[in-house]
Design a protein around this ligand. Structure first.
Ligand SMILES: Nc1ncnc2c1ncn2[C@@H]1O[C@H](COP(=O)(O)OP(=O)(O)O)[C@@H](O)[C@H]1O
Ligand SMILES: [Mg+2]
Length: 225
């Protein structure tokens, strides 16, 4: 059964990390299935959420991420994730539930644990493409398609950095970690993805002809507002 169907309540009440794990187990959901994002150390459940997945960098991808944030921001981020997921369910990490304390204060959210590694890792370690049997052109093509589809629906990710673009071990692009709204100081999703294409070309991951094709598709798709 899909995780989203298992986790029904939109807000799970839990006093701390242990309580959250118990709640998940009651729902028949294993800690390795979910990614916990929280800003409150009471829910720092790293030891309770043993990740069964290969992690390239131990300091990243650890469950959960403790962030300097607040309940409002995390709830807005969850809603932004949901908005994207409703449009592109296969290319956005499934938002599962918000969780909060017994007073109803939002403390974090749960999402699908994406089995892959972020695009950033492929720039740091280009031999990963071959290691996972993936072709950069195909993955970047999917990324361009995903941004074009979001743009066409006027939905922004607003933080389309290579850290927030996961590539699954079978080559699917899955977005995580949106920012709730465009900040005036930020560059657009299209600009950020264009930077990624530039970098991939400079590093010889795609040929100049492939760059031209991808860049054309990206820049001629409807732009975000
Ligand atoms: N749903 C997820 N599945 C697997 N790994 C994830 C997931 N969400 C985040 N990560 C990993 O944790 C890192 C930090 O998470 P992220 O939500 O981007 O937090 P931050 O707000 O600190 O950027 C990501 O770059 C990624 O490696
Ligand atoms: Mg991030």
């Amino acid at each position: 059964m899909a995780l989203a169907a298992v986790i029904k309540p939109s807000i799970i009440k839990a006093a701390d990390a242990k309580d959250l794990v118990k709640g998940l187990e009651r729902m028949g959901c294993g800690p390795q299935d979910v990614y916990v994002k929280t800003f409150d150390s009471a829910y720092d459940s790293s030891s309770l959420f043993p990740s069964g997945h290969i992690r390239l960098r131990d300091w990243e991808g650890v469950n959960p991420t403790i962030k300097h944030s607040n309940g409002q921001h995390i709830a807005d981020e969850f809603r932004a994730l949901k908005r994207m997921h409703d449009t592109l369910p296969k290319n956005v990490a499934t938002p599962l539930a918000l969780f909060g304390n017994m007073h109803g204060e939002v403390k974090g959210y749960l999402s699908e644990f994406v089995k892959g590694t972020c695009l950033h890792d492929y720039f740091v370690q280009p031999d990963l493409w071959a290691q996972y049997g993936l072709v950069a052109r195909d993955v970047l093509h999917e990324l361009v398609r995903v941004v074009a589809e979001l743009n066409a629906r006027a939905i922004g990710h607003y933080d389309m950095a290579d850290y927030n673009i996961m590539v699954t071990y079978d080559g699917k692009v899955v977005l995580i970690d949106p920012f709730p709204a465009l900040r005036s100081t930020r560059r657009t999703d299209t600009d950020l993805v264009h930077d990624i294409l530039d970098r991939a070309t400079l590093m010889g991951m795609i040929t100049p002809e492939e760059y031209n094709d991808l860049s054309y598709t990206l820049l001629t798709s409807p732009q975000e507002r």
